[in-house]
Design a protein around this ligand. Structure first.
Ligand code: F3S
Length: 294
């Protein structure tokens, strides 16, 4: 997967050395969704809307809205024009509703999310009880379970011991939300294994997630303070901040420069900056410039 960013290390001329993660910022799937939304707006007349925010970045979503890509919360509100399926995907009901109402659909589902959906459906068709490792309230997880007619167990690594083993049968198939950690997926699989005769696991964690999580561990070793930029609703952004905290570095998750505080950078030599997969490079550069100006 190509990196979308060309970030450099800043530093010697500033009071605090600033290390910017080379993997920080928009992943392939988010950039693709943004390009699709912008091109759709240019090419189509009438309403262009997404059901829920296109990506988990409030500022970028507001910019899109100003450009004419609306956010609606309920598919029942679709009355005309074009609906864009966001990077997290959508369940079959959205496609059905749009089709019934003659609404055009442009699918910006990340291909890695689409693969997760297809593998989950294949597991179900092969007779496995499907377990989705992830956050049950996340749009991606809701979409994948909808493709399974909600016939799946959704579990986070922290909740795995609560699964009702006796109801789950002897053949269990596992997929993961694309932004989970490999450690978490491992924990779930190890917990399931003693309770069944057969387990089939698709590691659907995407490479962009793995790379960012590995990089943030390295950044945490180099710095006294870690700044993670991204939406608070963004699962992968929150996970980066959690990893920073687990590594023992003082970690701050921010959505914009307004939240930065000068005192965070007092008496330190190095600050590391990273960003979730929905954070465009201009938002990262703004944060870097703010710290440079201290
Ligand atoms: Fe897709 Fe991975 Fe980004 S699943 S949306 S490339 S974090």
């Amino acid at each position: 997967m190509e990196d979308q960013n060309d970030l450099v290390r800043y530093g010697d001329e500033t009071k605090v050395r600033i290390v910017v993660g080379k993997k920080a910022g928009c992943c392939f799937g988010v950039q693709r969704a943004l390009d699709i939304a912008q091109n759709t707006r240019k090419e189509r007349t009438g309403t262009v809307a997404t059901v829920g925010p296109l990506i988990h970045n409030p500022r970028k979503v507001a910019e899109l809205s100003a450009d004419g890509v609306e956010v609606i919360n309920d598919p029942a509100n679709i009355t005309d024009g074009t609906v864009i399926v966001r990077s997290h995907g959508a369940g079959p009901q959205l496609f059905k509703t749009a089709n019934e109402r003659g609404i055009a659909v442009v699918d910006a589902t990340c291909p890695f999310v689409r693969l997760e959906q297809e593998l989950a459906v294949a597991l179900k068709n092969e007779g496995y009880t499907v377990v989705v490792v992830g956050d049950r309230d996340h749009a991606e997880v809701r979409a994948v379970t909808e493709w399974l007619d909600n016939d799946a167990w959704v579990v986070s690594p922290a909740q795995v011991l609560e699964l009702p083993w006796k109801k789950m049968g002897n053949r269990i198939g596992v997929v993961s939300q694309t932004t989970q950690s490999v450690d978490g997926l491992n924990r779930v699989v190890a917990s399931i294994l003693p309770h069944c005769r057969e387990i089939k696991v698709h590691n659907t964690i995407c490479l962009a997630t793995v790379q960012r999580q590995e990089e943030v561990r390295e950044l945490a070793r180099e710095a006294q303070v870690l700044v993670v930029i991204g939406g608070r609703d963004s699962a992968n952004t929150r996970r980066l901040a959690e990893i920073g905290q687990e590594q023992g570095v003082e970690t701050h998750l921010i959505e914009s420069t307004e939240e930065l505080r000068p005192e965070w950078f007092e008496n330190i030599s190095t600050v590391a900056v990273t960003a979730g997969a929905s954070t465009p490079v201009d938002q990262i550069n703004e944060v870097v410039r703010w710290i440079e100006c201290l």
